[in-house]
Design a protein around this ligand. Structure first.
Ligand SMILES: C[S@@+](CC[C@H](N)C(=O)[O-])C[C@H]1O[C@@H](n2cnc3c(N)ncnc32)[C@H](O)[C@@H]1O
Length: 197
């Protein structure tokens, strides 16, 4: 387990990805396990069969999701950078995982390629504060469209841009903050069935 953990966190590959693509990667180190566990609790991931992960990076959250997912579960991970997609392919030869190399705004296409139309949970680590606004808005609208009844969208972020952008789409967020990570992150949980003001 420890060697698996070291492999999947891949801090050097993550840093290399950041140095090449600082705006897209948005952080110099992968998220901590304290943070990823909180994120999955907030999204009630244990009860989800289909999960979409936006921006898996080197796979720290991907691995946690696969560990708790049922045998018939599906994880669709949407990642912009091909070098991270290659790394994830090599690290996780798991039949429940489908990797999609492209933008989070194309998450419906990614789901369709995996043979699914709806997700119980969409979880996001992508940096909404630095991405192009139109792409951010299209991502959030697509996330809302694909959620099954009772579905959740959970975003973990250092800045609050995602909250401002997502509340008109989903309605009010439940916010959790704590020192689970460096830098400290907030976790925003949105529910498909909450009505925007
Ligand atoms: C802050 S890193 C988070 C990585 C990992 N989830 C973690 O928690 O350590 C953001 C990741 O999102 C990816 N990304 C950024 N914009 C994206 C987009 N529009 N669509 C898909 N992935 C994106 C980056 O390449 C990077 O892998």
């Amino acid at each position: 387990m420890n060697s698996q953990r070291r492999r999947s966190d891949r801090p050097l590959q993550f840093l290399r990805g950041f140095l090449k693509n600082p705006k897209e990667v948005g952080s110099v180190i992968p998220s901590s396990r304290f943070l990823t566990r909180r994120v999955l609790q907030c999204g009630d991931a244990a009860s989800a069969r289909v999960i979409v992960e936006l921006g898996p990076g080197t796979g720290v959250l991907t691995r946690e999701i696969l560990e708790l997912m049922p045998e018939d579960g599906k994880l669709i991970a949407v990642e912009l950078l091909p070098e991270f997609v290659d790394l994830l392919h090599r690290s996780y030869p798991d039949p429940r995982l489908t990797l999609y190399n492209g933008s989070s705004a194309d998450l419906e296409k990614a789901l369709a390629e995996a043979g699914e139309a709806q997700a119980d949970l969409v979880v996001s680590g992508i940096p909404f504060s630095t991405m192009e606004r139109g792409e951010g808005r299209r991502t959030l609208e697509a996330a809302k469209r694909v959620l099954a009844p009772g579905g959740r969208f959970v975003a973990y972020q250092f800045r609050s841009a995602v909250r401002r952008m997502a509340e008109p789409v989903f309605g009010p967020a439940e916010t959790r903050s704590g020192f689970w990570n460096l830098p400290p992150m907030r976790i925003y949980t949105f529910r498909r069935d909450t009505t925007p003001a």
